[in-house]
Design a protein around this ligand. Sequence first.
Ligand SMILES: N[C@@H](CCC(=O)N[C@@H](CS)C(=O)NCC(=O)O)C(=O)O
Length: 218
Amino acid sequence: MIIYDWPTGPYPARVRIALAEKALQSRVRFVSVNLWKGEHKTPSFLAKNYSGTLPVLQLDDGTLIAECTAITEYLDALDGPPTLTGLTARDKGLIHMMSKRAELELLDAISVYFHHATPGLGPEVEIYQNPEWGFRQRDKALRGMRYFDSVLKAQPFVAGEVFSMADITVIGGLIFAGLVDLPVPADCEALQAWYAGMQERPSVKNRVTMSQPAEACV
Ligand SMILES: N[C@@H](CCC(=O)N[C@@H](CS)C(=O)NCC(=O)O)C(=O)O
């Protein structure tokens, strides 16, 4: 399998963490697509992923799977019982709900802030920016942090009692928050304590260095 990604990207981080949690790193080859050079907007990459975003998983038969949630679900179904996306119907529902909330309320909101209200990936890539929309999404992300703080006051993990894809999505959000200098508010103590614990997980700690030397995307 091939994973097209960018090693320090917050969305690619989600798949890298999932791969490590599943111990599947040796089954993939990483191909770097340089976001700062806009390689993800070239016709050859758009042919792989219409959305022009990373990561993308390419199976050995050529099948292309984009979207972190979909890639994580695929990886989780590969070997043995799922460990990240839920075993029972109830757990699957809760994990998907919380992961989607983490995208809507945190990660995607920070992404919009980055692309619209900061220089983002630079003028060559950011051909349309709407700063007002970006700042609204930054405020939404801060509300999202408060929401996840309230969740984590009541339970050890984002979707309940065990680590799951929903935790990985919130981790992606907080990685992005760090990159854009949007700290978790000081009074969100439960979220801060949870994140400190998550950063000790080997899958999170070693996510950037797990890939072999980068290859150019063709
Ligand atoms: N919904 C997508 C979002 C992926 C995404 O936004 N990836 C970032 C990488 S960190 C990206 O490609 N950004 C470039 C851009 O939007 O121009 C997913 O979950 O995979």
